[in-house]
Design a protein around this ligand. Structure first.
Ligand SMILES: *Cc1c(COP(=O)(O)O)cnc(C)c1O
Length: 361
């Protein structure tokens, strides 16, 4: 932390508390979803921490994300969400990633590449129960399973994804009913998983793949956001009457205001037009003056501070400086804001207040 002017701090105690809360709600396994750099939290450090605590299965979206975990020494199962493209079959096998199959073309490519490499083709089968994005149609799940297994692929898991959890409960029940019928048709011997964050939180369930709730970005269930973004000012000064601040001169000073310039901007993931306040060193919210730039943000202060003062640009709570407030002001969902937190910010991981790991910087 010393030596950084702007950084992200991740609270591993809060992350673990969230994991345990979700685990208590699930009748089965909770698979941490680490795609998009763990929703901006840093996938490798999160995976290492969870693996150390005994979590043995993770999910990512791309080969590159899975490969980064393998290169970082993560040995648990890494499930590739989405539908494997045939041209990715070899890379998935080489990096020991478990692909998701929802086409026979991909299953064939996986079986062929595995034969050539002398490896066992393993996969999860995706079943479409109503999202119409990827997956074999649920009515054809048994035929698809037989066809995939006939190619020599070892199907270890079968799953589906909820389209409307937290939005349309009746349709969630339709999808659950379809998935249940798939389970009955395919029988035991497979690892079935359906729930996501809202599915698990609102209904409970068995095995779940969870992202948003693990990072504490769902209010109202006792979950804690785990991430804060901190910055020290690079300049503090007093404005004169009529001074204009930033692009477009959008803020005009009355005269006498104190201004701090923080070295973070929209390239770091602050949504432009949606960050109204930043917390000062004592936790008090200060108003952002003018527009956020690519790399800098200007904040109004009641008085001067020195360049070592630490401002909380993004707070781990559900208040006006939290990620949900940013998303709401931006007219988007917290997922989108979280995944845009830039990798150019170094990250420090704290466990019981002590540095457990750091990344970048
Ligand atoms: C992203 C994703 C999840 C996790 O969803 P959350 O709402 O963040 O819990 C689960 N399953 C699949 C297939 C996903 O793509």
């Amino acid at each position: 932390m010393e030596g950084w002017r702007a950084w992200i701090e991740v609270d591993l105690d809060a992350l673990w508390a969230n994991y345990l809360l979700l685990k208590a709600r699930a009748q089965g396994e909770v698979i941490p979803v680490l795609k998009a750099d763990a929703y901006g939290h840093g996938a490798l450090s999160i995976a290492r921490f969870l693996e150390e605590r005994g979590v043995g299965r993770f999910a990512v979206a791309t080969i590159a994300e899975g490969r980064a975990l393998r290169e970082g020494g993560v040995w648990g199962e890494v499930l590739l969400l989405g539908s494997l493209h045939p041209l990715e079959a070899e890379a998935a096998l080489r990096w020991g990633l478990t692909p998701t199959l929802s086409t026979l073309e991909a299953a064939r490519a996986l079986a062929e590449r595995a034969r050539a490499l002398g490896l066992t083709p393993r996969a999860h089968l995706k079943v479409d129960t109503g999202m119409n994005r990827v997956g074999f149609p649920w009515e054809e799940a048994l035929a698809a399973l037989r066809a995939v297994e006939a190619l020599g692929v070892r199907v270890e898991g079968v799953y589906s994804h909820l389209a409307t959890a937290g939005e349309d409960e009746a349709f969630v029940e339709v999808q659950r009913g379809r998935f249940q019928r798939v389970r009955e048709a395919l029988g035991p011997g497979y690892f079935y998983h359906l729930e996501n964050s809202y599915g698990l939180l609102l209904h409970g369930g068995e095995n779940a793949r969870v992202g948003l709730a693990l990072y504490g970005l769902v209010p109202g269930f006792g979950l804690r956001p785990v991430l804060r973004l901190l910055a020290r000012p690079t300049l503090v000064k007093r404005l004169k009457a009529g001074d204009r601040v930033g692009y477009g001169g959008a803020f005009v000073a009355q005269g006498g205001e104190w201004l701090a310039t923080l070295p973070v901007g929209y390239a770091d993931g602050l949504p432009r037009g949606a960050v109204a306040f930043v917390r000062g060193p004592g936790g008090e919210p200060f108003r952002v003056a003018g527009r956020i730039s690519m790399d800098q943000t200007t904040v109004l202060l009641p008085g001067p501070v020195d360049l070592w003062a630490v401002f909380e640009v993004l707070s781990p709570d559900f208040g006006p400086t939290g990620l949900l407030a940013w998303a709401e002001a931006r007219g988007t969902i917290p997922y989108e804001v979280a995944v845009h937190l830039s990798r150019r910010l170094p990250r420090v991981y704290l466990l019981e207040g002590v540095e457990w790991a750091r990344a970048g910087g």
